[in-house]
Design a protein around this ligand. Structure first.
Ligand code: PRP
Length: 222
């Protein structure tokens, strides 16, 4: 008997291949880039990521009157949730909200313990009912993948049917880890670097996206 269940959607790892992405990501990596410019670059790269990640959003009909005639147009159907991982994901919220003004924003607090490199959850007010239709996890960095896995587990508890990860820079190791544990989740990233160093930092990477956005690098590292 044919099953009425929809087949689980296959995971996609999309590394953006675009001259603007390469140009902006190189500036973001540059240790000389100051925090205000770093924030602007995060914002622009997030726009580019969001455009790719929302390519398959559902639409519904929205007829409108232009000054000249009736037009059979469209609007986004369903609820979209943005899930920034504090704190570095905060810089990715406004650019996506510019594109999807009606999106809901659900913050998650997760930081990576410096000694163990394991994710530590410290803020989660996700409801347990009425999940959004699509959730976009926003975090500029996917290193070991531990923080994204923690966020994905929280969203699974909320039963969100479609979850996508938007990460500006990723490590191949972390991408593999997330893909194997959440095979239905797609990952959109501007660049995948091959290495993690002994401190589990992405190499060459761009340093710490939270500290560089918010100008909190320890003295001597600025
Ligand atoms: C960074 C980054 C990710 C995480 C990536 O956050 O923004 O959330 O580490 O590492 P992972 O893939 O190995 O988990 P951090 O812990 O520095 O917190 P912050 O955003 O408050 O700076």
């Amino acid at each position: 008997m044919p099953s009425s269940r929809k087949p689980a959607r296959a995971n996609r790892v999309v590394e953006l291949d675009h001259p603007l992405v390469k140009d902006h990501l190189t500036r973001l990596r540059d240790v000389q880039t100051p925090p205000d410019e770093f924030r602007r670059l995060v914002s622009r790269l997030t726009w580019l990521l969001a455009i790719e990640a929302t390519r398959d959003l559902r639409l519904r009909r929205r007829p409108v009157d232009t000054p000249l005639a009736r037009y059979d147009g469209h609007e986004i159907a369903g609820r979209v949730g943005l899930v920034p991982i504090l704190r570095a994901g905060l810089g990715m919220v406004d650019p996506v909200l510019t594109l999807i003004p009606d999106a809901e924003v659900w913050h998650l607090g997760v930081y990576r313990d410096e000694a163990t490199h394991q994710p530590v959850e410290y803020y989660n007010k996700l409801p347990t009912a009425r999940p959004v239709d699509v959730a976009l996890i926003l975090d500029p960095m996917l290193a070991t993948g531990g923080s994204i896995l923690a966020a994905l587990a929280m969203l699974r508890d909320w039963h969100v049917p479609t979850v996508k990860v938007l990460s500006i820079i990723s490590a191949s190791e972390g991408v593999r880890t997330v893909s194997s544990q959440f095979p239905e989740t797609s990952i959109y990233t501007c660049g995948i670097d091959s290495k993690l160093n002994a401190h589990k930092f992405i190499v060459p990477g761009l340093g710490d996206a939270g500290d560089r956005q918010f100008n909190t690098l320890p003295r001597g590292e600025k």
